[in-house]
Design a protein around this ligand. Structure first.
Ligand SMILES: C[S@@+](CC[C@H](N)C(=O)[O-])C[C@H]1O[C@@H](n2cnc3c(N)ncnc32)[C@H](O)[C@@H]1O
Length: 402
């Protein structure tokens, strides 16, 4: 049996994540504001056509339809049993009738023809680590993605917990090809857990047979660095836009006042560098067909022409508008839903005004012109770089020729 057939067999036996049963566990949800802030180009609207690639028992597709009631959703999986369960669940939920569930292999070179349409958003969560030919899948996604669309990818990182188990279990005399529950296997898993749980890894023995069968056991589990995943994508013509870990890692650099060391790298380049220092267990990555537009951080005149767009990723509480803008610090509260944290920043008043007036996509220069303060360029670009990398704002190119 080839790798694809063995992987399909795993999910035929245990459709993911709930095997069609209702569960009290919260299903995984993609944060669309994060996709917007890091993956989408200026002026793009909410995704109207979504492809869920490797949809399992349908949970993920149903979740997307709840988030985007107007969207047309196509969900595919190569496990016929998973798709049958998904259709059964669909029949029992009134608002889910428009989802198109299909049995299809995302590595099949004719996928784009089979689907017959392009998508604004493709979500492929927890699938590509088990596919023998990831570049072919990326090529298929590049073909299925609309010009300004975004690909979200959830894949295992080089520190994924399964790497430790897949090294240790054969040494304990346990084969990795198939998961067969037994006391011997359970004791071996508990032994591994007992040793590694203090290294920040989740306890695997309690994660249930569906996780164990596909991740710890099974013929293939690619656990790769960000650099390796983005290389596959680049070979298919897709550009890396951001990672779920980047805001947290950038924040750690900025808290030590070291964001200037990372300048003038783009968001994607910063992610790549920070991931080399602190590799993820699981990557949440965004790609697009168009490359990211990195603002001209070194050039004052050009940078002033770029426009500020406030992202919806955070709620920002600004102090009351002053009668007269002065050279002083004001408190600004930023609540990030993605990172579930709230922080109070002390910002110069001119920067508060950039955020206050950033709703209308005005250029940095035109906002500063209306402020009776001279802001040194080094300070301005350092603060803009911080806000842009943290996803509080996105700097967009000038509307006309740059
Ligand atoms: C770990 S589950 C993830 C399911 C879903 N994305 C989620 O996060 O709930 C992986 C799914 O990918 C499917 N899969 C793996 N390789 C595939 C391929 N080449 N084509 C289509 N589906 C595939 C499996 O059948 C399984 O349902």
């Amino acid at each position: 049996m080839n790798i694809a057939a063995q992987v399909r067999e795993i999910y035929e036996q245990r459709p993911y994540p709930f095997g069609g049963r209702r569960s009290r566990r919260q299903p995984w949800i993609l944060n669309l504001d994060w996709v917007d802030a890091f993956g989408r180009d200026a002026g793009a609207v909410k995704p109207a056509r979504v492809l869920v690639a490797g949809c399992g028992d349908g949970t993920e597709a149903l979740q997307f339809q709840r988030l985007l009631p107007e969207a047309m959703i196509v969900a595919v999986d190569f496990s016929a049993r998973s798709i049958a369960l998904a259709r059964r669940r669909q029949r029992s939920e009134r608002d889910m009738q428009r989802i198109r569930f299909l049995v299809a292999d995302i590595a099949d070179p004719s996928l784009a023809r089979t689907l017959g349409e392009t998508f604004n958003l493709i979500a492929c969560h927890g699938v590509l680590s088990y596919v023998a030919s990831p570049v072919q899948v990326f090529r298929n996604f590049a073909r299925c993605l609309e010009g300004r669309g975004v690909l979200y990818l959830g894949v295992n990182g080089s520190r994924h917990v399964s790497t430790v188990f897949r090294r240790a279990l054969p040494a304990l005399g346990i084969g990795l090809d198939r998961f067969v529950a037994s006391k011997r296997v359970s004791d071996a898993l508990r032994l591994c857990d007992a040793v590694i749980s203090r290294d920040g890894f989740p306890r695997v023995s309690g994660l249930g047979p569906t996780f164990l069968a596909g991740d710890v056991f099974g013929p293939l589990n690619r656990c790769l660095s960000l650099t390796e995943w983005t290389l596959f994508a680049r070979r298919a013509g897709l550009h890396f836009r951001g990672s779920g870990s980047s805001v947290r890692l950038f924040r750690q650099a900025a808290e030590s006042g070291l964001q200037g060391v990372l300048m003038p790298r783009s968001r994607g380049e910063v992610c790549d560098l920070l991931e080399r220092l602190s590799p993820s267990q699981f990557h949440r990555l965004l790609f697009s067909r168009a490359p990211e537009e990195n603002p001209p951080w070194e050039n004052r005149r050009s940078l002033l022409r770029w426009r500020i767009e406030l992202s919806r990723l955070n709620s920002i509480m600004l102090p009351r508008p002053p009668k007269r803008i002065r050279d002083r610090l004001r408190p600004v509260t930023i609540v990030s839903s993605a990172a579930s944290l709230s922080s109070e920043w002390q910002m110069p008043e001119w920067e508060v005004e950039l955020l206050r007036r950033g709703h209308s996509m005005r250029s940095v220069g035109s906002i500063l012109d209306a402020i009776p303060l001279l802001v040194p360029f080094a300070v301005l670009r350092s603060q803009l770089y911080l806000l842009h990398q943290m996803g509080v704002i996105t700097l967009r190119p000038p509307a006309g020729p740059a």
